[in-house]
Design a protein around this ligand. Structure first.
Ligand SMILES: N[C@@H](CCC(=O)N[C@@H](CS)C(=O)NCC(=O)O)C(=O)O
Length: 254
C-alpha cells in the first residue's frame, strides 16, 4: 500500500515547471535540439565530445590505455558542459539524438562514423583496434555481458544514488533506501565475480573494467566503504595505479 503524502498525481501529467534540485534544468520532457550550435573539430582522427563524469571518463580511460599500448588512437576531447545545456545544441544532437555525453566522431576513414552510448563507443574502439576485447566468442561475451551489467545495472542505479543523496531538492528516504540496497547488492555481485579473478571478464583487462571503474571511483558519493568488498578494493587499487587510467580520469576536465 502507498502512504498518503498529500500528493496526487494528475490523471494526465503535463510539464509546467522545473522540479527543483541541482540538475533541474536538464530534467525536461523534450527531445531534439533547442538551439543551433556547431561542434568544434580538431586535427586528430577521433573527436570526443564529453565531460568528466563517470560515463565520460570511461571513454578517455580507453583512449589513454590504447595510446599507452601503442595504438594510433589520437583524439581531441571537447568539453560539453551539460549544466549549460551544450548537449541540446544542434551539432551535438546530430551525433547523439539522446543528448547525453559522451559522443564520438571517428574521422579516420573515408566517411565519418558517429557513435553514442558509452558502452557502444568502448565496443567500437575495441573492435577497431583489436584491443581490450578478445576475438574468441565465449571470451568476447564474457566482456560484453559485464559491460552490459555496468550499462544496465551499475550506471543507472549508482546514478540514482548520486541523484537522491546529492542533488535532489529534498531527502527522500524511500528513494535513498531503495537505490542504496540495490547499489550494495551490485557491489556484492562485483566482489563475488572478482574473487579469484584479476578482472571482470577473467584473466585479461577489458572494456568492462574501464566502464565500471569510474562508477566505483565515486564510492565516497555513495558512502560505500570499499574495504567491505575486499576483491573490489584490490581490483580498484590496481586499476587506479595505472598511469593511463589516471590520465583518462582527468580529461576532459569539468
Ligand atoms: N547510457 C548513457 C548515459 C549517458 C549519460 O547519462 N550522460 C549524462 C552525464 S553522465 C548526461 O549527459 N546528462 C545530460 C542530461 O541528462 O541532459 C551512456 O552510457 O552513454
Amino acid at each position: 500500500m502507498t502512504e498518503d503524502t498529500g500528493y496526487t498525481p494528475p490523471k494526465v501529467w503535463t510539464w509546467d515547471k522545473e522540479n527543483g534540485g541541482a540538475w533541474a534544468s536538464l530534467n525536461r520532457p523534450i527531445a531534439g535540439a533547442t538551439h543551433d550550435k556547431e561542434l568544434p573539430v580538431g586535427k586528430h582522427p577521433f573527436q570526443l565530445y564529453s565531460m568528466g563524469t563517470p560515463n565520460g571518463v570511461k571513454v578517455t580511460v580507453m583512449f589513454e590505455e590504447l595510446l599507452a599500448a601503442g595504438h594510433d588512437a589520437e583524439y581531441d576531447a571537447w568539453l560539453i558542459k551539460i549544466g549549460d545545456g551544450d548537449q541540446f545544441g544542434s551539432g551535438f544532437v546530430e551525433i547523439n539524438p539522446n543528448s547525453k555525453i559522451p559522443a564520438l566522431m571517428d574521422r579516420s576513414g573515408d566517411k565519418p562514423v558517429r557513435v553514442f552510448e558509452s558502452g557502444a563507443i568502448l565496443m567500437y574502439l575495441a573492435e577497431k583496434t583489436g584491443k581490450f576485447m578478445p576475438q574468441e566468442m565465449a571470451a568476447r561475451y564474457d566482456v560484453i555481458q559485464w559491460l552490459m551489467f555496468q550499462m544496465g545495472g551499475i550506471g543507472p542505479i549508482f546514478g540514482q544514488v548520486h541523484h537522491f543523496k546529492r542533488a535532489a531538492k529534498e531527502q527522500v528516504p524511500y528513494a535513498i533506501e531503495r537505490y542504496m540496497k540495490e547499489c550494495l547488492r551490485l557491489y556484492g555481485v562485483l566482489d563475488r565475480r572478482l574473487d579469484g579473478r584479476p578482472y571482470l571478464a577473467g584473466a585479461e583487462l577489458s572494456i568492462a573494467d574501464f566502464a565500471t571503474l569510474p562508477w566505483v571511483f565515486r564510492h565516497d558519493w555513495q558512502e560505500v566503504d570499499l574495504s567491505s568488498f575486499a576483491n573490489v578494493k584490490r581490483w580498484y587499487d590496481e586499476l587506479m595505479a595505472r598511469p593511463a587510467v589516471q590520465r583518462g580520469m582527468d580529461v576532459p576536465a569539468g
